[in-house]
Design a protein around this ligand. Structure first.
Ligand code: UGA
Length: 435
């Protein structure tokens, strides 16, 4: 099996590298020559634990290659994955499929007969059939197969998620496509991972429904957290209590500053737009989007309230800018709403993030960056934890208290124990905690 992976974004790069780790020959293609040169130099363009070692090993073994030569890679492959971006289109929230369709056209022009074209990008239901039509128009006389194979990996644990997924979802409607995907995922099947083979539409929709449900679950617990704060309950206790019910499950019930990242915000918008377009409105999903947007703004309001009526000239320390730990990704991160809202109120913002500074700096002008998390506490009136990096869990409250000018700590990820922080003479506000 020779694989061409078109697109070396998160999904394309991780999947390509992991398939090579399974022993398949993989050529990863991207139009960004600089990125390809860096990858060939074993420099990884994203922060993803464990990925560097896999790239190095498989490049050296000759099973993995990076190139800008789409034509060569596709002509040599029998399975071509399309894993290019599907950003949100401005205005209507629909996913922009231009890159997917362009890639499909280019693949069609150079593929050999019998190629299986697999869409790995997250695409709205109906896209795979459109891709097949595009390929047919380009090469009416050439046989090929189309398949859908959405990816469920999470940034920060992408390798583990690829290697040990809960399930693999495949949309394949002819024998050649099904056979190819079954062979590629055989190493997982042998580990007893369920491989669900179904229609193109079922596979496409499964991806969106999964992400929307997870986003909804987070948003639900965030609203329960608000209620906990009003009635003196503790959201972590409530989440454990409901999570032990197998029908609910304990994961994705951590209350926080709202979901962000490159997937949930974009995918919930695209799903809501798809529902509206098909006359099947998804009101829960629409509400989830609204509630989540409001939540990020509310986090800024909490900090401003703690600063008191006069905010101009005050100083706030932010621990964590990435949308979650173990990534340098800041796309749609709550911090990108919180920080500008503080600055707009005349607040000086000091921040630390172990990985995301480079990505965030151009997006957050005026922020003072620190290399050491303790320095973020220097002379601040309020200190807020926005991302739950492990590095912050062990910070000594006494040290923070000595450095701070004010006394208020807002822990938006519940990583600290309130009594410990209070014992250092600080006031502690968690999420969904009794006052
Ligand atoms: C998400 C899904 O979890 C993956 O299964 C999916 O493949 C991926 O999107 C995608 O579509 O490509 P990811 O965006 O990397 O993965 O990150 P998550 O770990 O799911 O976190 C998303 C957001 O939800 C983060 O902002 C995180 O802080 C927040 N979150 C997550 C909570 O606030 N509470 C939780 O309990 C869980």
């Amino acid at each position: 099996m020779r694989i061409a992976m078109i697109g070396t974004g998160y999904v394309g790069l991780v999947s390509g590298v992991c398939f090579s780790e399974f022993g398949f020959d993989v050529t990863c293609v991207d139009i960004d020559a600089d990125k390809i040169a860096r990858l060939n130099n074993k420099e990884i363009p994203i922060y993803e634990p464990g990925l560097d070692a896999l790239v190095e090993r498989n490049l050296e073994a000759g099973r993995l290659a990076f190139t800008t030569d789409l034509e060569g890679a596709v002509a040599a492959a029998n399975v071509v994955f399309i894993a290019v971006g599907t950003p949100s289109r401005r205005g209507d929230g629909e996913a922009d499929l231009t890159y997917v369709f362009d890639a499909a056209r280019q693949v069609a022009r150079v593929m050999t007969p019998g190629t299986v074209v697999v869409i790995k990008s997250t695409v709205v239901v109906g896209t795979c059939r459109k891709v097949a039509q595009i390929i047919r128009e380009e090469r009416p006389d050439t046989e090929f197969s189309i398949a859908s194979n959405p990816e469920f990996l999470r940034e920060g644990s992408a390798i583990e998620d690829f290697m040990r997924p809960d399930r693999v979802v495949v949309g394949a409607e002819d024998e050649r496509a099904e056979e190819a995907l079954r062979r590629l995922y055989r190493p997982l099947y042998l580990r007893e991972t369920p491989i669900l083979v179904s229609t193109l539409e079922n596979a496409e929709l499964t991806k969106y429904a999964a992400n929307a449900f997870l986003a909804l679950k987070i948003t639900f617990i965030n609203e329960i957290a608000n209620l906990c704060e009003q009635v003196g309950a503790d959201v972590q206790k409530v989440a454990s209590g409901i999570g032990l019910d197998n029908r609910i499950g304990g994961k994705f019930l951590h209350a926080g500053p709202g979901f962000g990242g490159s997937c949930f915000p974009k995918d919930t918008s695209a799903l809501a737009a798809t529902g509206a377009r098909h006359g099947a409105p998804l009101r829960l999903v629409e509400t989830t989007i609204e509630v989540n947007e409001a939540r990020k703004r509310d986090m800024a309001t909490r900090i401003l309230t703690a600063l008191g009526p006069e905010t101009t000239g005050k100083r706030v320390g932010i621990l964590g800018i990435a949308f979650k730990p173990n990534t340098d990704d800041v796309r749609d991160a709550p911090s990108l709403v919180i920080v500008p809202a503080l600055q707009a109120a005349g607040v000086e913002v000091v921040a630390h993030d172990p990985e995301a500074r480079e990505q965030a700096e151009p997006l957050l002008p005026g922020v003072i960056w620190c290399d050491n998390p303790y320095d973020v506490a220097n002379d601040v009136d309020v200190l807020a934890v926005v991302t739950e990096w492990n590095l912050y869990r062990g910070l000594a409250p006494e040290e923070l208290a000595t450095r701070m000018r004010g006394r208020s700590v807002i822990d938006m990820r519940n990583i600290w124990a309130g009594p410990d922080v209070e014992a250092a003479g600080l006031s502690y506000q968690g999420i969904g905690k009794p006052a």
